[in-house]
Design a protein around this ligand. Sequence first.
Ligand SMILES: Nc1ncnc2c1ncn2[C@@H]1O[C@H](COP(=O)(O)OP(=O)(O)O)[C@@H](O)[C@H]1O
Ligand SMILES: O=C(O)[C@H](O)C(=O)COP(=O)(O)O
Length: 429
Amino acid sequence: MTVAAKISLGCIADDYTGASDLANTLTRAGLRTVQTIGVPADDLALPEVDAVVVSLKSRSIEAGLAVSRSRAADKWLRSRGAGHVLFKICSTFDSTDAGNIGPVMDALRADCGETAVLVTPAFPETGRTVYQGNLFVGAVPLNESPLKDHPLNPMHDSNLVRVLARQSKAQIGLVDLAIVTRGADAVRARLAELAGKGIGAAIIDAVFDRDLETIGLVAAQHRLSVGASGMGLGLARALVSTGKVKSTAASSEAGAAVGGPAACLAGSCSQATLQQIANAERVMPVLHLDPDRITTGEDEAQRALAWAKPRLADGPVLIASSSTPDQVAAVQARHGRDAAGHAIEQAMADIAEGLVQAGVKRLVVAGGETSGAVVDRLKIPGFLVGVEIAVGVPVLRAVGVEKGDMLLALKSGNFGGPEFFSDALGLMR
Ligand SMILES: Nc1ncnc2c1ncn2[C@@H]1O[C@H](COP(=O)(O)OP(=O)(O)O)[C@@H](O)[C@H]1O
Ligand SMILES: O=C(O)[C@H](O)C(=O)COP(=O)(O)O
């Protein structure tokens, strides 16, 4: 990617919906931002930007591979001038004791020579708050939330100091809310105290956006941070308030109409997505895929395309593999968690490819891993950020694609309102 000028903020996201969520937050905070898929090729022409979010599909892959891909992205971002890199993780800390948040953080920290890394998944606008190192999703601790049933990364411990300590080689500390509310100098002092004791990373509490602003002022003076979009918000506001970046209103160009047929794909099995699918059934044709047929090699994708193609001219359709936690568990018991997950992601990619070949120009995808499989199959190298559909979910305009203009929305499983699919299509003309 030929970056016209030095970038101020580099970001590495561990899944594609998380990347677009962060790109949306940075854009709304006044940073000119672009989302790339992987480390971009040198010939990918992109506008002058303040921030680049490199999307990786690295959240649920083998830790060593996640580390190598993240280090390559980090090196590329810093070569383009980024003085700070945010490793963007899920606001619900989606990971297992095998990683990948800890191993990637350790490697990036070693590469940039960071002392103590600030870590927080807090994103209050979506109900993610951290208190005494414990992550809350709305009013409940993480391990009592629907994330306890995530198909790939079920979360069973809300104490992130414990969770990260199980993944990282570094000692993990805590900067609690009482210190955060005392301001940036108090956070700096606490972080220096922890670093002096050999602490390599600290979970930092945040309950309100003002806490994120405090954290951002401190983090922006470091070379690396780890967090969700809330950390991005803090960093962006710090870059603007300290004059390092001039705030720019978001361009409306990215969301300009493309026309053409529209379709929705849902691979997320989150509680929010299941409700959104149910509501979509009232306004558009919905096809439910059979996960067992997919995992046993039946060609569900062709069945789906044969169902969808004659309907596209009449309006949008929705194709979903999504099931309830009990149904997901049964499929995984029969076929294996990873095998089922991969097979279904690839079936979604097959369907997306066939839909685009059939002329679809507007595509809504629900699910981070699902979005990764779909976007990779469509060979889309990057996105410009359009208007916000829901918190954490913007309209995206594909750049660098031969198929011509396409608009996409890559919905994080847990995000979006009850009528998300209709809301998205209403903004993707
Ligand atoms: N019916 C199903 N049974 C088992 N696994 C499923 C089913 N439908 C989707 N999956 C898998 O569940 C995972 C959903 O992850 P993802 O797309 O990231 O959603 P989210 O954003 O909600 O985390 C993917 O690996 C997907 O292939
Ligand atoms: O929740 C977040 O921070 C991000 O939007 C994200 O990472 C979502 O991941 P998902 O797999 O799409 O839920």
